[in-house]
Design a protein around this ligand. Sequence first.
Ligand code: PLP
Length: 444
Amino acid sequence: MHGSIPPAAPDPTPAELISARPFLSQGTPDGLAFEGVPLAAIADALGTPTYVYSAGTIRARFAALTAALTAAGLSAHIHYAVKANDHLAVLRLLGRLGAGADVVSAGELGRALAAGIPAERIVFSGVGKTGAELARALEAGTGQINVESAEELAELSAIATGLGRIAPVALRVNPDIDAGTHAKITTGLAQNKFGIPAAEIPALYAQAARLPGIAPMGLALHIGSQILSLAPFRESFSVLARLVRELRASGFPLTRVDCGGGLGVAYRNEPAPTPEGLAGALAETFRGLDVALLLEPGRWLLAPAGLLLASVVRIKPGPERPFVVLDAGMNDLIRPALYEAWHGIVPLAPPLAPTNAEPASADIVGPICESADTFATARALPSLVPGARVALLDAGAYGRVMGSAYNARPRAAEAMVDGEHWALIRPRPPLASLWADELVPDWL
Ligand SMILES: *Cc1c(COP(=O)(O)O)cnc(C)c1O
């Protein structure tokens, strides 16, 4: 039987996008504001493209997640996944709130420490930690190293022994569960490079307990990102709980379970799980097990806390609808090109008096010489003119961190708002900085 293809639900309007985001508002004459700061003021001062993060949003989301965990009776600690947004100001803010960090490189470890997050609150994850990175993590006193293979475990033991240290270790389980998210951000399937198959965990845990440089503390997993259903979380948590029981029955005193990140957010208006839902799934699975829980959220804390300001360079007629060409490109925000991600796009200017004019449908593109440099296709927007400015919403996670200087475009500036205040937190680099570190051999 063939069902007819349902018409795609219409995109949410700018007004709907704003009303679903508590820290955004739209008023006259200031236009779009993030907390108490009109975004036009930041665009006037710094130019575009510029990322803007909201400290109030980060605080509110951290508080909501913590409150949900506490209400569910869980002893859980949040280790913010630094890769989502590694700016020192973001790390300082979250560290002051009590968050630890989940890092995946010596660089992220250095950033977390530089922002004042204590080493014992840092978890080091990742499938490709080098010997030098493991040594650096041990010397810094990193609180937990999540080991992803037997080979890494043996190497870590040897490095720790050489340094006269004992590595606090969790083994990362690959539960072979489909997170139901985009293939490029699924990490918990057997064919993914991450973690150790559940069936191999008991033997490897016993091995870890015998190794001289290793103190096994528990288990970890992380099955993917932008997960919009609780089912894969429940399934993977129950794999962990089963392994905890099995290992304890064999006499190993596991004290920690690290449940990873992955909680998704509604970029468009898709139904998304809540912190209460996640806390409920954790409580159901781990109640009575007496383990300390660790969580590694990145996107959920940061995505709605950031946006990317851009200006319309020009409007170019196209065969089906016009191209609105922005001064931000896929080098600034790669998520649409890489994952077909949908981002809300909202003009900064206040809406004109209501008219009968239909919103115009347009392709919103960047200036980069790649056709993938498209932020939105057939997007209905109030008609834009050259020079008009827009905000690409929910760009606080996996935005600037994934940016590049491709096409010799300096990376975007960054600002942070907090209540009525805002501050520049990273200037736009000057053009000459693009080649300042390049060396031309003297035989040329
Ligand atoms: C990326 C990552 C996270 C964070 O994922 P989000 O989807 O941003 O919450 C957490 N843990 C590990 C090991 C990761 O690689």
